[in-house]
Ligand binder design. Structure first.
Ligand SMILES: NC(=O)c1ccc[n+]([C@@H]2O[C@H](COP(=O)([O-])OP(=O)(O)OC[C@H]3O[C@@H](n4cnc5c(N)ncnc54)[C@H](OP(=O)(O)O)[C@@H]3O)[C@@H](O)[C@H]2O)c1
Length: 229
């Protein structure tokens, strides 16, 4: 029997990541999901399992390397090593919280560092692991990132989020260049709009298709680094 392919999604919730989980899971992938909140993962597992998808879960806070390593090791035990890994975490928070939108003068060094630890340092922790552990499928390994329009067009109320997303975008390009010769396709979906299930362009379902397009690019000559969507 042919082993099922495996995708890990780091940063699982109800929107983009759930769209990716449903799309890849529906195409036969086992799906590993992770987030900081256990109850979110339990609900996600129940929802995806009901669709016949084999799901593994791990509590991970990407800003802490020991948490990343322990959580990924749990997913390996549950599902095996992945062929595709998506770094989907963003440091955006609701208004009125440290990580929510606020004027530049309220971005303290501590708040700035929190954003950076999640989107930039978190991306490094996960990418370093992925380089070591991703397994080839149809001749390639795939590491994908979720970016945001703020990384290119910063706005005054989002200085912490925008700059940390810009750092992540930049890092993903370096990983793309360095690892292309090693058969590792690094891609980035830069989402340039507000995501809602009802959106005609920025629904989780349509955004997820952009990750599938990147995954489907088999010939390294055709590999795309960034899709601006
Ligand atoms: N939503 C939008 O309108 C929009 C627009 C442009 C770009 N984006 C980007 O798209 C990505 C996904 O956003 P989404 O809104 O669609 O959310 P989502 O995929 O539904 O969920 C993302 C999950 O990431 C988890 N997370 C947050 N901080 C984490 C951390 N430190 N370690 C591990 N997991 C963490 C959260 O769960 P826990 O809180 O349980 O950890 C959250 O449920 C983000 O990178 C975001 O910046 C979103």
């Amino acid at each position: 029997m042919v082993a099922k392919p495996v995708i890990y999604i780091i940063g699982y919730g109800p929107l983009i990541s759930d769209g990716i989980a449903e799309l890849f899971g529906g195409k036969g992938f086992k799906v590993g999901i992770s987030a900081r909140t256990e109850s979110r993962l339990a609900a996600g597992k129940e929802k995806l399992s009901a669709q016949g998808i084999e799901v593994g879960t791990a509590v991970i806070d990407v800003s802490e390397e020991p948490s990343v390593l322990a959580g990924l090791s749990k997913l390996v035990q549950e599902l095996g090593e992945p062929n595709v890994l998506v770094f989907n975490v963003g440091s955006n928070g609701p208004p009125g919280t440290d990580l929510g939108p606020k004027p530049l003068e309220e971005i303290t060094p501590a708040i700035f560092e929190k954003h950076w630890r999640i989107s930039a340092l978190g991306a490094l922790h996960v990418s370093r692991w992925a380089v070591e552990h991703l397994k080839p499928l149809d001749g390639k390994r795939t590491l994908l990132f979720t970016g945001g329009g703020l990384s290119k067009d910063p706005r005054p109320n989002h200085a912490g989020l925008a700059s940390s997303k810009a750092a992540m975008r930049n890092l993903s390009r370096v990983f793309y260049d360095v690892h292309k010769p090693n058969g590792l396709h690094v891609g980035l979906v830069t989402v340039r709009g507000f995501v809602t299930p009802e959106s005609e362009k920025h629904s989780p379902k349509l955004i997820a298709e952009q990750y599938w397009k990147l995954y489907e690019e088999k010939d390294p000559e055709s590999w795309t680094w960034e899709i601006d969507y």
